[in-house]
Design a protein around this ligand. Structure first.
Ligand code: HEC
Length: 403
């Protein structure tokens, strides 16, 4: 019996001790124009691929039975990520499996949901322990979000770049070179229409950036297996300087439009360090984001079951009311170590903004303090460092499996 217990404990620890990888950005020739890069460019062969796991964001119970059911069945997704850079730009390539190609038809406001992806970057990452909330930033900790949704291609005879007014390609009488030129115009217009940049300090505060202070490129192409996407941008623009130290944090999200949810089902990574090959000064961020949990996850579960399950749902625990507090079922998938420590010690440092509007006011996630600041209804729970480390080690095991 004792051996079996020890064996089980050993295998438990083995799965929990996995650290997140970092992305090694490989330097390429300054002559390569990364703002025009495509997913199938040869230059990607120099890059080092990393597999990241993206998790369903199960924080809030939605007012939508269908979406909640799909969310409940959802699993983690694997994405292959590569990064390259040169003097001016940095570029990512992201590949993930998706059985169906779903695009929105922007001519109609139908209930079609689109596949898509987003690249999220903190505007300030000088303190790797105080990164923004992963779900679109938080008060005082803004993020920049680059988003692309797949759109159906419509065909535009007039070259006026208004995709919504285009006629069907079959109804044109263009052919050969005319048709090729026409197709190119149209695809350029279609793509640029659904690439957006936002600045956000929390999910409900997303503001689209429409000025020229930001330059970026996004592109998505579908093959039988799934999507291959690229995103490139200037290392420094009016909003952030990714070259401020030798590394910067990034998070990726992908949407599956076939899975009806909120605008398609979203899977999200945690903050991952991107390490510039030839720049120094990256240690603090990389070390922080690739840290292995040191605590005892089994002891942490016992603590959580007595101290946290009265408000939170996770693992085999179901909170008395689902709207009382964020669901922690996937918290280990999209949270950093430091974020979890902070959430326990100092709940008001980041107040999760996704409060369910239809919930009873007794289950509000925050109240307003004297200066109008949000004060979490979660009290600081622990101060003992060993207890915190154990609880965090356990929280980091809470995440969906890959299918
Ligand atoms: C009285 C109810 C209550 C208790 C008990 C409680 N929490 Fe919370 N917790 C909340 C609420 C409400 C929020 C959302 C507001 C915020 O971000 O602080 C939250 C947020 C969190 C978050 C951030 C979730 C996210 O999606 O980012 C974590 C992590 C967390 N709690 C962990 C814990 C742990 C671990 C315990 C036990 C040691 C615990 N909580 C006990 C109410 C509670």
């Amino acid at each position: 019996m004792k051996t079996l217990k020890t064996l089980l404990a050993a295998s438990f620890v083995a799965t929990t001790a996995m650290a997140n990888p970092s992305i090694n950005a490989v330097k390429v020739d300054d002559g390569v124009d990364l703002s025009k890069i495509k997913a199938d460019d040869k230059v990607w062969s120099k890059a080092k691929a990393v597999n990241l796991l993206l998790y369903p964001q199960t924080t809030i119970k939605m007012n939508d039975k269908n979406a909640n059911e799909l969310n409940a069945q959802n699993v983690a997704k694997e994405a292959k990520v590569l990064a390259i850079y040169n003097k001016n730009d940095v570029a990512f390539k992201i590949e993930w499996k998706d059985e169906t190609q779903n695009a929105t038809d922007i001519k109609s406001s139908s209930n079609e949901y689109a596949d898509g992806f987003a690249v999220q970057l903190p505007t300030n990452f000088s303190d790797p322990q105080k990164l923004p909330y992963i779900g679109m930033g938080s008060e005082g900790r803004p993020v920049l979000v680059h988003l692309q949704k797949a759109v159906m291609t419509h065909y535009e005879p007039n070259g006026n770049q208004v995709v919504a007014l285009q006629v069907n390609r079959d109804n044109t009488n263009a052919f050969e070179e005319d048709l090729a030129a026409f197709d190119k115009n149209v695809s350029d217009a279609a793509m640029s229409d659904y690439q957006r940049a936002y600045i956000a300090e929390g999910f409900r505060s997303m503001t689209q950036i429409r000025d020229n202070g930001i330059a970026f490129t996004m592109d998505m192409s579908y093959n039988k297996e799934g999507w291959s996407a690229i995103m490139s941008k200037k290392i420094k623009d009016d909003y952030l300087d990714l070259g401020a130290s030798g590394a910067f944090p990034v998070a990726f999200a992908v949407w599956d439009g076939a899975k009806f949810g909120r605008d398609g089902l979203k899977n999200l990574s945690t903050w991952v360090a991107v390490d510039f090959e030839d720049k120094k000064g990256d240690e603090a961020l990389v070390t922080e984001l690739t840290k292995k949990p040191e605590g005892d996850a089994a002891a942490g579960k016992a603590l959580a079951d007595t101290m946290c399950a009265s408000c939170h749902s996770y693992g085999d625990k179901v909170a008395p009311m689902p709207t009382m507090a964020p669901n922690l079922s996937n918290i280990g998938g999209y949270s950093t170590h430091a974020y979890l420590v902070e959430s326990i010690k100092e709940p008001s440092a980041v107040v999760v903004p996704g409060y369910n509007r239809n919930a009873h006011k007794n289950t509000a996630w925050y109240t307003l303090g004297e200066k109008g600041e949000r004060v979490s209804t979660m009290p600081p729970m622990m101060s003992d460092e060993k207890q915190i480390a154990d609880t965090v080690a356990y929280l980091l095991t809470l995440k969906a499996e890959v299918k």
